[in-house]
Design a protein around this ligand. Structure first.
Ligand SMILES: [Ca+2]
Length: 506
């Protein structure tokens, strides 16, 4: 049975409920979502970024992670099973997503470059909505911290201060900026408290709890404008909200840790992918900066489990904050006019390959969660089509009936939302730079992940990686050099040369 048929049967089974509850009759929902006509109108946009969130949530089929609020959102919209970020680290992925352009166009490859340094006149996603009559507001981490863009918002961007740790001893460590035993000032300046914390405190003791409260207050302030009786007084909003967890350190209230039994957490696949070049890997220094993590070598089994436990707890914590904001959206009766999109800015290695953090081209780092709920769109639909973060800008613009600015490098996913099984992109593209002018270009096709490491001075392909993710979902073996794959590698090389333009849906 194909997906469309399944969706139809699911919709049909709701018929009796609809008749009793007064929600739109299923026949209406069906015709609206299947006939290729999601209504384009100036809907509000609640745009939720989650820092370092892997596509591991209940709604993505994870057996342990508890994410009831995001799961409920997925039931009210479209879950994209195979979305890819364009560069697996905060600053560049956000710069790309929020301008609708790829890193080779934004030239933002690091955590220091501001989009206005490289593209002074670019119109960001939020700015595009602002320019089209929206009230644009930003709370928390949307662009990378310290690289926010005031031109994107109608009022100054805000972020709650403090709240990284709650326990006194950890706050002290953080203030000292010192990993015990660090000697040079350079080292000391980079060091922090521990990688995890479970404190018996309220949600608001941490940043994301404060952030949810800020967002709730904003919604209360924005609602009267949206619901004004006179049309001339009405103004839709674009509210960007950037949660910080589950980014390191994995700190969250104890009650979220209590949702998990640490002893039942399976240990991750420990081996590095066979025959992968060294350039593909990192030494995960981001995690090593924390006071309880070894400077060299892997974490032991106990620390590995603790870190995974802390990550899951942080996901559940952020999920709960998302739930509070969505509950307020409902309470204010705004949901019927509001698009909600939630995305995690890149993947994360949670001990797989005996590695941690992001900063690579592996599937684990480039594969991201994305859920989009449109009040006029399909509900509880999933698609396996390959999609990219650069597609968000044109999609939200399309759903709200805004013109598409020139120079966007993604495509509107609205046709896909209307027909989740249709043919779509042939590939999704990511990249990651390495020292000495090396750039790793990576491409996800329906079946494979193919990566070329290119010396940008000579344009020479120095290393290749090929993973058959159909037969080897964890990408444990690089099979690029195998004789029998010669033709396949040549084909993928050609496809990569064609790039994103040639991979677009027809
Ligand atoms: Ca991030």
């Amino acid at each position: 049975m194909n997906q469309a048929r399944r969706d139809f049967l699911r919709a049909a089974s709701l018929l009796s409920v609809a008749a009793l509850s007064g929600i739109p009759a299923v026949s209406d929902v069906f015709s609206r979502t299947r006939a290729g006509s999601i209504a384009r109108r100036k809907k509000n946009v609640l745009f939720i970024a989650v820092d370092d969130l892997r596509p591991e949530l209940g709604c993505y089929g994870h057996p342990m992670v508890k994410s009831p609020n995001i799961d409920a959102l997925a039931k009210s919209g479209v879950l994209f099973e195979r979305t890819y970020c364009q560069q697996a680290v905060c600053g560049p992925t956000r710069a790309s997503l929020l301008t609708g352009k790829r890193p080779d166009t934004t030239k933002v490859y690091d955590l220091k470059t501001h989009i206005r340094d490289t593209m002074p006149n670019v119109v960001t996603l939020q700015q595009h909505f602002k320019n089209n009559g929206y009230f644009s507001e930003g709370i928390g981490k949307l662009f990378h911290s310290g690289l926010e863009d005031e031109a994107s918002y109608s009022i100054p961007h805000r972020s709650p201060s403090g709240g990284i740790y709650a326990l006194e001893e950890n706050l002290k460590l953080q203030e000292q900026g010192g990993k015990p035993g660090s000697e040079t000032s350079e080292e000391a300046g980079k060091m922090r408290g521990p990688a995890t914390e479970a404190a018996d405190v309220s949600d608001e003791a941490y940043q994301d709890g404060k952030m949810a409260q800020m967002a709730i207050e904003s919604l209360r302030r924005l609602a009267p404008k949206v619901q004004a009786k006179n049309e001339k007084d009405r103004q839709p909003f674009f509210l960007g909200l950037g949660f910080r967890k589950p980014h390191l350190p994995f700190t969250s209230p104890k009650k979220y840790w209590d949702l998990y039994d640490r002893s039942k957490i399976p240990l991750p696949y420990p081996d590095k992918p066979k025959n992968a070049p060294d350039i593909a890997f990192t030494t995960w220094n981001e995690l090593r900066k924390y006071s309880d993590i070894p400077d060299v070598g892997n974490c032991d089994e106990a620390k590995t489990r603790e870190l995974i436990h802390g990550y899951y707890a942080a996901v559940s914590f952020t999920d709960a904050q998302v739930g509070k904001v969505l509950a307020e959206l409902d309470r204010l009766d705004l949901r019927k006019d509001t698009i909600v999109i939630i995305w995690g800015d890149h993947g994360w290695k949670l001990g797989e390959y005996s590695m941690w953090c992001k900063h690579t081209n592996f599937e684990l780092d480039t594969h991201v969660p994305m859920i989009l709920s449109d009040p006029d769109g399909p509900k509880g639909v999933r698609t396996r089509a390959l999609t990219e973060f650069v597609d968000i800008y044109p999609t939200l613009s399309d759903l709200c009936g805004l013109p598409l600015p020139e120079g966007l490098e993604g495509v509107s996913m609205v046709p896909l939302m209307e027909d989740p099984d249709r043919a779509w992109k042939k590939a999704a593209f990511s990249q990651y730079p390495r020292p000495k002018n090396m750039m790793g270009y990576s491409m996800r096709t329906d079946r494979y992940r193919y990566t070329e490491w290119i010396d940008q001075k000579t344009n020479e392909v120095k290393y290749r990686e090929l993973y058959d993710l159909e037969n080897d979902p964890l990408g444990t073996q690089n099979i690029a050099a195998r004789g029998e794959n010669e033709r396949l590698v040549a084909e993928l090389h050609e496809m990569m040369k064609g790039g994103w333009r040639k991979a677009r849906p027809e």
